[in-house]
Design a binder for this molecule. Structure first.
Ligand SMILES: Nc1nc2c(ncn2[C@@H]2O[C@H](COP(=O)(O)OP(=O)(O)OP(=O)(O)O)[C@@H](O)[C@H]2O)c(=O)[nH]1
Ligand SMILES: [Mg+2]
Length: 326
């Protein structure tokens, strides 16, 4: 009896000491290693040409108490059929135990067949629908390389010798619609598996047209994920449940980022910490302070001035952003 008790106790202690973990997966070249380099100076090798990361590698975010969140950078899928079957089984192992999974997709892509087939293969290794649903709930879809959408121009907001990038309104509108599109592609196939219990502190009369709600016994559940437009409708209709709806939306969210412009890195980390539940956002709050993850010195951004105007008659450079001083 004693030994059973102590082994249960050991397990519980192990579980408590287990660091939180985030796994970064997705097709080769979508910028997984670059994202972790921008977030935590991971120093991971990246490649402009060919599949790069071949082994799982890790970097940790520490707080002042020495607690950590481990981020695992995974090899990218899509390299070759043989490599993929090995990588997908690695993905399945890691997805089962991770707290959060970031699935990266190049923001300029619109094809989801390969990603969805890969996700399907991973899920098929788990029998129970409950496990499948748990894994889908861990997923956050990250649209990477947002800076590659650049007409009209991005805005660099300067404050002293540092600043941050913001997209123009037109690009922001494109991100909004892309996020809705990818959210639908990734989560809709699993909508029947996803349910969130709604705590009802006050009696709520659900409109009979709201088919995404249902009762199980005396408990009210929301079925599936929430799109941005559906979120707005529900918040207007049932304002007292705004925090609940926001959190359902964030559980099944798509977020657009740029490792190069450090765009939305603070929001991404905020989302990860919130999804981890408990007080992770408080414990690792130093990473979120004053938007520091999004800041870039002006001297670094000058190299992004990628248009040089050259006059062929005078053979002079008429315009080169990297020459500009402030
Ligand atoms: N413009 C732009 N390029 C990026 C960004 N992030 C990564 N890249 C480029 O995309 C290419 C691939 O980046 P990696 O970080 O090696 O991609 P990966 O997903 O780790 O690739 P694998 O390790 O092969 O799976 C490199 O040329 C990076 O410089 C970004 O935010 N913007
Ligand atoms: Mg890599």
């Amino acid at each position: 009896m004693d030994s059973i008790f102590s082994s249960v106790f050991d397990l519980a202690r192990k579980e408590l000491n287990k660091p939180l973990s985030v796994v970064v997966v997705g097709q080769t070249g979508t910028g997984k290693s670059s994202l972790l380099n921008s977030l935590f100076n991971a120093g991971f090798q990246t490649s402009d040409i060919a599949p790069c990361t071949k082994e799982v590698q890790e970097v940790a975010a520490f707080n002042d108490k020495g607690e950590k969140i481990i981020f695992y950078d995974m090899p990218g899928i899509g390299e070759s059929t043989d490599a993929d079957s090995h990588y997908l089984s690695l993905y399945a192992d890691r997805l089962a135990v991770a707290d959060i999974v970031l699935w990266t997709v190049h923001c300029d892509s619109r094809s989801v067949v390969f990603d969805m087939a890969s996700l399907g293969k991973i899920l098929s290794t788990f029998e129970s629908n409950i496990t499948k649903a748990q894994i889908i709930r861990k997923l956050t879809i990250v649209l990477t390389k947002a800076d590659t959408l650049y007409t009209p121009a991005w805005i660099y907001v300067i404050d002293g010798d540092s600043g941050y990038f913001a997209p123009s309104k037109q690009i922001n509108d494109i991100f909004y619609r892309k996020e809705e599109y990818f959210q639908y592609c990734f989560y809709e196939p699993f909508a029947d598996l996803l349910k969130t219990k709604i705590d009802l502190k006050e009696q709520l009369l659900i409109n009979s047209n709201d088919l995404d709600f249902y009762y199980e016994g005396s408990h009210l559940f929301y079925k599936g994920f929430l799109s941005k437009s559906r979120l707005e409708t529900l918040v207007n209709r049932y304002p007292s449940l705004t925090p609940t709806f926001n959190s359902i939306y964030e559980d099944f969210r798509v977020i657009t980022v740029s490792a190069k412009f450090r765009f939305n890195l603070t929001l991404l980390l905020k989302l990860i910490l919130r999804k981890m539940s408990g007080d992770a956002a408080f414990r690792f709050g130093k990473y979120l302070q004053d938007g520091r993850l999004g800041k870039m010195p002006f001297k670094d951004i000058k190299e992004f001035g990628n248009i040089i105007v050259f006059d062929r008659h005078t053979e002079n450079v008429l315009y080169n952003l990297s020459d500009f001083m402030i």
